[in-house]
Design a protein around this ligand. Structure first.
Ligand code: ZN
Length: 280
């Protein structure tokens, strides 16, 4: 199943067309996409048995994040060995670094992003998992059953702010407006032959800059949910950015950063793609 946020309303994506959930369910489920995760299992049961009307064509520019207002966003640093190496960090022992992307940075999949006036803005394609069932002290074996679905994310990062000061400002440097595009929709885990092995890649103006596979995550999605939920409860609708593979700009020689006019496309196998255009 695929669900989307179309102009702020929850939609099911069926054969590439959108079915409005509030209308199709006669108001059983509300239009707000964030609300569905509180009743995720009930919603999945309804969607599986519903006699849905024909969907409507839609413009991808009208899509918002499938989880537009999570109570918690947890983002993971240094979760691929090759990216830890290019960043000049040792692979962390135990839990990886965890920071947040503040909720105002979240956007839909096709956007224009204003570059901060000063600094160096970088790209990080990431698999995003959205929680569908409260997770507190869950084991790795149980973890996937707490995931509503997967989406493509970009952990856009302004490196000067991120790395400033004695305790680096990861959360601020990664939370400028539009720095957390998520989409293009949410795909439930059952849609993948192996949800633990998906190709992710991103390109700038058509030139590939990152390509990896989620099987190379140091902490897999189940391991992250087990490790994080041992510390704090993960709530329905929470978002996890799972980390980025090698190929970011700060790790290059010479370093490379996003410039006005650049078009960044980020894609994950079996899900779809994001498209960000940067302006000065
Ligand atoms: Zn990241």
């Amino acid at each position: 199943m695929r669900i989307a946020n179309l102009s702020g309303r929850l939609a099911l994506i069926v054969d590439g067309r959108a079915v409005d959930v509030e209308q199709a369910s006669d108001g059983l489920f509300p239009a707000d996409p964030q609300d569905v995760y509180e009743r995720w299992e009930e919603f999945c049961g309804w969607a599986a048995g519903a006699d849905l009307p024909a969907g409507a064509a839609f413009d991808p520019a009208g899509l918002g994040s499938p989880a537009p207002a999570p109570r918690q966003t947890l983002a993971i640093g240094l979760n691929y060995r090759d990216h830890a190496a290019e960043s000049g960090f040792a692979v962390p022992q135990g839990l990886p670094p965890v920071f947040t992307k503040f909720v105002t940075s979240i956007s839909g999949p096709v956007t224009e992003v204003k570059l901060p006036v000063e600094g160096h803005t970088d790209w990080e394609v990431e698999l995003v998992a959205v929680i569908g069932r409260r997770a507190e002290g869950v084991s790795e074996a149980e973890a996937w059953s707490h995931v509503a679905g997967l989406a493509v994310g970009q952990d856009i990062s302004e490196r000067v702010v991120q790395l400033a000061g004695p305790a680096p400002q990861f959360s601020l440097g990664k939370s400028f407006p539009g720095f957390a595009p998520i989409g293009p929709w949410l795909v439930t885990p059952d849609e993948f032959a192996d949800p633990d092995d998906l190709e992710l890649r991103c390109a700038i103006n058509g030139e590939e800059v990152q390509k990896g596979r989620t099987r190379d995550l140091i902490h897999s999605v189940p391991a992250l949910i087990a490790g994080l939920s041992a510390v704090l409860p993960l709530l329905p609708g929470d978002v996890i950015f799972t980390g980025t593979p090698a190929g970011v700009g700060v790790g290059r020689d010479p370093q490379r950063f996003l410039a006005p006019g650049d078009v960044l496309e980020s894609a994950i196998e079996g899900i779809g793609a994001l498209r960000q255009t940067f302006v000065g």
